[in-house]
Write a protein that binds this ligand. Structure first.
Ligand code: ADP
Ligand code: MG
Length: 308
C-alpha cells in the first residue's frame, strides 16, 4: 500500500462540511473563514535521510522546510501569512540551531510569513514539519481539478535541476548551481498569485513532472500530451548530464518546486523574472502521452512513494 492508498483508505471521508471548500487531495486545503476570505492550509515534513542527506547544512534545512510549503501555497494561488514549526532534533547544538533558524527566517521573510507557534522535541534524527496558513479571496483558490481538454500546459523555471543537484551533492559537489536548486528551491509565490483568474488548474512539482501532471490530470478527469523537446532544461543540467539523463531528470526528478498549470485562453500574466514555458496540451484521453517530434515515446513513472 503506498501513501496515497493509505490516505484514501484511512483519512478521506465521503463528504466535507460546507465550510471545507477543498479538502484532502490538493496541494493545500481551502476552508471558508469569512464571507470575503478563505484560509489555505499546507503542511510538509522533511526527514533527515529521506528528504535531505544527513550532514546537510542546517541553514539549508531551515530554508527548504519553509520553501517547500510556500510552493504548495503558490500552487493554490494564495498569499502566505502565518506558519508553525514542529522540530525534532537529536541534541540542542547552539551553532546548528542558529544556522537552522537563520535559514528558516530568511525563507519566511522573503514572503512576509510570521512564525507563530510550533513544537520542539528530541528524537533520533532531525525531522522538520512546517505548516503555513495563507489566504485567498473567496472562490479564488486554484485547484488541481479545473483543467479541460484543449488547455495549454505551462511550467515555471527549469525542470530536473533539483534531482540532478541531489545527485551532484552525493558526489561531493556542494557548491554548484544544481545542488543549490535542491537545497534552496524558489517558491513561485508571486507568480502563483498572479495566476488567479487565468490558470484553470495548478500543482507544484514535488514528485516530478510526469507524476505530478498525472495527479493534476486525474483530479481534472483529463489527460495530456507533452512535447519532450519543449521541456525547459537549464544550461547547468545540459553541461553536466547527457540528453537521456536530462530528459529523465526533467520528467521524473522530484524537488523542483516549480509550478505546472493550465490555461484555457487569454494572456499569461507578466512573468518578469520567472521563465514560463508551454510544454503541452490537455486532452480528453485520460492518459499522459510524451511526444518526441510527434512520435509517441513510451514512458511511465509514478513518482516517489514513501510506501510501496
Ligand atoms: P502533494 O501531492 O502536494 O505532495 P501529498 O502527496 O503529501 O501532497 O498528499 C496528497 C494529499 O493527501 C494532500 O491533499 C494532502 O493534504 C493529503 N494528506 C496527506 N497525508 C494526510 C493525512 N495523514 N491526513 C489527511 N490528509 C493527508
Ligand atoms: Mg504540492
Amino acid at each position: 500500500m503506498d501513501e496515497f492508498e493509505l490516505i484514501r483508505r484511512y483519512f478521506v471521508r465521503d463528504e466535507n462540511a460546507p465550510d471545507v471548500i477543498c479538502g484532502i487531495g490538493d496541494d493545500g486545503a481551502v476552508v471558508q473563514t469569512s464571507a470575503a476570505t478563505e484560509l489555505v492550509i499546507v503542511v510538509d515534513t522533511l526527514i533527515e535521510g529521506v528528504h535531505f542527506p544527513a550532514g546537510t547544512d542546517a541553514s539549508d534545512i531551515g530554508y527548504r522546510a519553509v520553501a517547500v510549503n510556500l510552493s504548495d501555497i503558490a500552487a493554490m494561488g494564495a498569499r502566505p501569512r502565518w506558519m508553525t514549526l514542529a522540530l525534532t532534533i537529536e541534541s540542542a547544538d547552539a551553532a546548528w540551531m542558529k544556522s537552522f533558524a537563520d535559514g528558516l527566517h530568511t525563507a519566511a521573510a522573503e514572503h512576509d510569513v510570521q512564525l507563530v507557534g510550533g513544537d520542539t522535541t528530541r528524537g533520533d534524527r532531525c525531522v522538520v514539519t512546517v505548516q503555513i496558513n495563507g489566504e485567498v479571496d473567496t472562490g479564488c483558490a486554484i485547484q488541481r481539478a479545473g483543467a479541460s481538454a484543449g488547455d495549454t500546459i505551462f511550467v515555471t523555471g527549469c525542470l530536473g535541476d533539483a534531482a540532478a543537484g541531489l545527485e551532484r551533492l552525493s558526489q561531493g559537489h556542494r557548491d554548484d548551481y544544481l545542488a543549490g536548486r535542491f537545497l534552496r528551491p524558489t517558491a513561485r509565490v508571486e507568480y502563483g498569485r498572479s495566476l488567479v483568474g487565468t490558470a484553470s488548474a495548478a500543482i507544484d512539482l514535488s514528485d516530478g513532472l510526469y507524476a505530478d501532471l498525472q495527479k493534476m490530470m486525474t483530479a481534472s478527469g483529463v489527460g495530456a500530451e507533452i512535447d519532450l523537446h519543449s521541456l525547459p532544461i537549464s544550461k547547468a543540467l545540459q553541461a553536466h548530464f547527457d540528453r537521456d539523463e536530462q530528459q529523465r531528470f526533467a520528467l521524473s526528478g522530484g524537488d523542483d518546486y516549480e509550478l505546472c498549470f493550465t490555461v484555457a485562453h487569454g494572456r499569461l500574466p507578466d512573468a518578469r523574472d520567472v521563465r514560463v514555458t508551454a510544454i503541452g496540451t490537455v486532452t480528453d484521453s485520460q492518459r499522459i502521452v510524451c511526444l518526441d517530434r510527434g512520435v509517441v515515446v513510451p514512458f511511465d513513472d509514478s513518482g516517489y512513494r514513501h510506501f510501496q
